[in-house]
Write a protein that binds this ligand. Structure first.
Ligand SMILES: Cc1cc2nc3c(=O)[nH]c(=O)nc-3n(C[C@H](O)[C@H](O)[C@H](O)COP(=O)(O)OP(=O)(O)OC[C@H]3O[C@@H](n4cnc5c(N)ncnc54)[C@H](O)[C@@H]3O)c2cc1C
Ligand SMILES: *[C@@H]1O[C@H](CO)[C@@H](O)[C@H](O)[C@H]1NC(C)=O
Ligand SMILES: *[C@@H]1O[C@H](CO)[C@@H](O)[C@H](O)[C@H]1NC(C)=O
Ligand SMILES: *[C@@H]1O[C@H](CO)[C@@H](O)[C@H](O)[C@H]1NC(C)=O
Ligand SMILES: *[C@@H]1O[C@H](CO)[C@@H](O)[C@H](O)[C@H]1NC(C)=O
Ligand SMILES: *[C@@H]1O[C@H](CO)[C@@H](O)[C@H](O)[C@H]1NC(C)=O
Ligand SMILES: *[C@@H]1O[C@H](CO)[C@@H](O)[C@H](O)[C@H]1NC(C)=O
Ligand SMILES: *[C@@H]1O[C@H](CO)[C@@H](O)[C@H](O)[C@H]1NC(C)=O
Ligand SMILES: *[C@@H]1O[C@H](CO)[C@@H](O)[C@H](O)[C@H]1NC(C)=O
Length: 480
């Protein structure tokens, strides 16, 4: 009787603690089987977990909301290793302290971007920069260099002035602008490789009201001409996003038809006092009838990025997103489109629907792994970057098409990387190799030295990190 009860208890315990957990990214093409999903209730519990796992050398992948592409955030699949493999989420770390005097906010790593923006708005505070969507975990977004558009604003990570991070042995480090500012440059964009961040402090700004103006322009198949027009828009406006040109798949001709028009939006300060109305119109995210001229006014958060309600499109898409010095913009934009056109005959998979090109700009910075790091720029360059994104959107969520289009997407880096000093967006599907990474991220050796200190047994790495960053000491991470 006692034995039966014990057996039953063990089964229940196994169901509660020992069951495996399959992780997926947002569009379900990246996945891994872990031994469990761990979501500790506070920093001390995270530290305790790490201390327990260190002797076993368990694989540990800390995740945000999985809103990425490619294998950066995936765990070590437990079919590949004898050691335990865990997905760890900070979702329960929800502390929050708003310091209006110093204009800083300190928050637990569990905060999602959307919830944090709502909290700031309620306190008449705001962010300097956000991506087009707010679905990410804040630390997850910052850790890969998530950004919006603006030649005078940096990415999300550039707002970070301090953080608390646990290493593989569960030891805490506090890194901030007064206490080790140099290391802060490594930890701002840490790719999940330097430890489990439990808390962040960021600079915030007062509410900023912006006027958003959207204009429609005629497209031209003279891409050199188009590139020049585009580059001019970035000279005319500090903060602008160009959505286009757009192409539609023509089933009959098996070709991309250029849509006759595309649009761009720019943002500027305003003294407007009327009703704030940008959230009445979600075209910031390509939803609805966006190709029309309109203006709206709102707080920068709502004027420049989209709340979850505004996310209308969830078909699979393959994409590239590249950062390059803005001085090369006109020529690169033309080259990218021409090269895409040359790939079209190879886009034989069915279910192609739309191809959207998005152009943005961003101020450079000194985070070691920032895609817009200025470490290898000559003095002739301004330190502002252009961003070219191409999205190949499908009519139907079919993996064959997704992967085939993505394979073609990888060719852009080989083709243009050296020519335009191109850096890829981390957590999108365009990894460079380690040789290339070292060239574009000159501080990579310093980053890897900190990685070794934080993670001596290679518990935080996965195949992506080992291969793309060239972490050679972790080559045998599955068995060591
Ligand atoms: C539809 C869509 C739209 C997007 N739009 C934009 C955009 O406009 N601009 C832009 O720049 N990007 C954009 N992105 C990319 C997105 O912002 C990044 O991929 C971001 O990293 C996702 O955050 P996450 O928390 O969802 O990701 P996750 O993949 O879960 O995490 C990202 C990284 O952070 C690490 N991490 C998470 N939490 C911690 C922690 N507590 N401590 C240490 N490391 C941690 C993870 O290990 C991982 O390496 C978009 C992505 C999608 C899918
Ligand atoms: C991601 O990992 C999976 C599983 O190992 C692999 O099949 C796939 O090719 C990888 N993707 C990339 C882009 O490397
Ligand atoms: C606020 O700023 C002041 C002056 O720089 C500093 O002394 C103080 O420690 C800061 N407070 C916090 C909570 O960071
Ligand atoms: C920076 O970290 C140190 C060490 O923990 C701490 O004493 C100091 O208050 C922190 N500074 C700020 C501005 O938070
Ligand atoms: C755009 O094209 C339309 C129709 O082809 C034309 O009427 C209009 O004048 C053009 N606009 C510009 C700014 O060239
Ligand atoms: C807003 O008003 C102030 C004070 O009148 C003025 O200095 C400023 O130029 C105005 N800003 C804009 C964008 O109109
Ligand atoms: C927002 O309000 C302004 C001022 O009333 C108006 O001119 C504009 O057309 C409105 N925009 C939208 C998208 O409703
Ligand atoms: C995806 O498309 C390919 C090519 O048409 C087809 O062979 C495959 O069955 C499709 N997969 C699904 C799940 O529909
Ligand atoms: C690394 O990638 C770059 C850019 O795609 C390419 O030019 C180079 O040949 C690659 N190097 C190796 C060693 O694969």
């Amino acid at each position: 009787m006692v034995r039966t009860k014990l057996a039953l208890l063990l089964v229940l315990l196994h169901a509660a603690f020992g069951s495996s957990y399959r992780w997926f990214n947002w569009q379900f093409e990246v996945t891994c089987e872990s031994d469990a999903y761990i979501a500790p209730h506070n920093e001390a519990a995270v530290a305790k977990f790490l201390k327990e796992q260190y002797p076993k050398g368990s694989h540990i992948k800390v995740v945000g909301n999985g809103h990425g592409f490619g294998n950066l955030s995936t765990c070590v699949d437990n079919s590949l290793t004898e050691k335990p493999s865990y997905i760890v989420s900070m979702t329960n770390l929800k502390g929050l302290n708003i310091d209006k005097k110093n204009m800083t906010v300190t928050f637990g790593a569990g905060w999602d971007v959307y919830d944090l923006t709502e909290e700031l708005k309620a306190n008449d505070l705001s962010f300097g920069n956000l991506g087009v969507e707010r679905v990410q975990n804040f630390v997850g977004a910052a850790s890969t260099g998530t950004h919006g558009s603006g030649s005078v604003i940096g990415n999300i990570a550039s707002q970070i002035i301090g953080l608390r991070v646990l290493d593989a042995q569960g030891n805490l480090r506090v890194i901030n602008e007064t206490n080790n500012p140099e290391e802060l440059k490594a930890f701002r964009i840490s790719l999940g490789a330097l430890g489990l961040i439990t808390e962040m402090t960021i600079k915030v700004q007062p509410t900023l009201l912006l006027k958003k103006t959207t204009k429609v322009v005629n497209a031209t198949s003279d891409y050199t001409q188009m590139g020049k027009q585009l580059a001019q828009l970035y000279k005319d406006h500090d903060r602008v996003t160009v959505w286009g040109p757009h192409f539609d798949w023509n089933e009959a001709s098996q070709n991309w038809d250029l849509e006759p028009t595309y649009f761009y939006s720019y943002w500027e300060p305003t003294n407007y006092t009327g009703v704030r109305n940008c959230t009445l119109d979600y075209c910031a995210n390509g939803c609805g009838d966006c190709k029309r001229e309109y203006i709206c006014y709102d707080e920068v958060i709502d004027a420049a990025s989209c709340p979850p309600q505004g996310v209308c499109d969830r078909e699979f898409y393959a994409e590239i997103e590249h950062f390059l010095p803005i001085e090369f913009y006109a020529e690169a934009a033309a080259d990218y489109i021409s090269y895409q056109q040359s790939q079209t005959p190879r886009m034989q998979a069915p279910y192609n629907n739309m191809m959207v090109i998005q152009h943005r700009s961003l101020k450079g910075d000194d985070a070691y792994m920032s895609p817009v790091n200025t470490y290898n720029l000559g003095s002739d360059l301004s330190g502002v970057f252009a961003i070219i994104e191409i999205d190949w959107i499908q009519t139907y969520n079919n993996f064959t098409t997704l992967w085939q289009n993505q394979e073609l997407g990888y060719e852009f880096m080989a083709k243009f990387g050296e020519k335009y000093n191109v850096r890829p967006h981390w957590n999108k599907m365009n990894p460079p190799n380690a040789t290339y990474a070292l060239e574009k991220f000159p501080k990579l050796p310093e980053f890897l030295a900190i990685q070794q200190r934080q993670d001596p047994k290679c518990q935080f790495v996965n195949e992506f990190l080992v291969e793309q960053l060239g972490i050679t000491r972790c080559a045998n991470y599955l068995s060591i």
